[in-house]
Design a protein around this ligand. Structure first.
Ligand code: C5P
Length: 217
């Protein structure tokens, strides 16, 4: 298990994915966005019209291949990276990810991907469940209004028109579901460093994390 393992957790819109992917580019490390995996399962479940409320519906995970590589997410070798980021997925992903069967399957895949090399993995339970032995654990937060503003900006760039208040409500609801679920709820690992990014630019956060990595290497 050579290499540096960086675990980044935090609530929706805290900048985890953007920051992780920039860090990975700067350092030449591998980034794994675990949220994309839960989103892919949600997409598959919606497309196949399974009963989302029934845990046994997710048995389909025995027969499909979910893969995250080079910043893209694949289901059975089909790139679904663009299809997993929309309102429908946002609405149902917390329900899908609350099932222990789904979590068990995805955590297995995630653990396989961290075998070798320098890794940055982001999600909700990385420091607590997926890589408890990580070399550095970060818990990124930001005020909900700031997180909603970032999401809203992203959505506008894609041509989605939503009221900012609607984005705030969606983020609050998802955070509340993710933090209160029974299985691996969103929480800061006891040995994680908490970083409130509200008043920092993405580049400032990335530079700060690089300093932290250097101090641990
Ligand atoms: O990170 P992102 O917002 O794309 O994650 C989407 C959803 O996937 C989260 O709201 C959460 O329900 C779920 N998730 C999770 N565990 C992870 C990563 C994401 O439960 N490690």
């Amino acid at each position: 298990m050579g290499g540096f393992k960086l675990a980044i957790d935090g609530p929706a819109g805290s900048g985890k994915s953007t920051i992780s992917s920039l860090l990975a580019k700067k350092l030449g490390w591998t980034h794994i966005d675990t949220g994309a995996m839960y989103r892919a399962v949600t997409l598959y479940a919606l497309n196949n019209k399974v009963n989302l409320e029934d845990e046994t519906s997710y048995k389909f995970l025995e027969n499909i291949k979910i893969e995250y590589k080079n910043n893209r997410i694949y289901i059975d070798n089909v790139d679904v990276s663009e299809d997993i980021r929309n309102e429908q997925i946002n609405k149902y992903v917390s329900l899908v990810s609350s099932f222990s069967y789904v979590r068990k399957k995805l955590v297995e895949i995630q653990k396989e991907t961290i075998q070798n090399g320098n890794i940055i993995m982001d999600g909700r339970d990385i420091g607590t469940v997926v890589i408890p032995e990580a070399d550095l654990k970060l818990f990124l937060t930001a005020h909900v209004e700031e997180r909603a503003k970032r999401r809203h900006k992203e959505q506008k760039q894609k041509g989605d028109v939503h009221e900012i208040n609607q984005v705030i409500e969606e983020i609050k609801l998802r955070d509340s579901k993710d933090s209160t679920r029974k299985e691996s709820p969103l929480r800061k690992a006891s040995d994680a460093i908490e970083f409130d990014t509200t008043n920092y630019t993405i580049d400032q956060v990335v530079d700060k994390i690089i300093e932290l990595i250097k101090s641990k290497e």
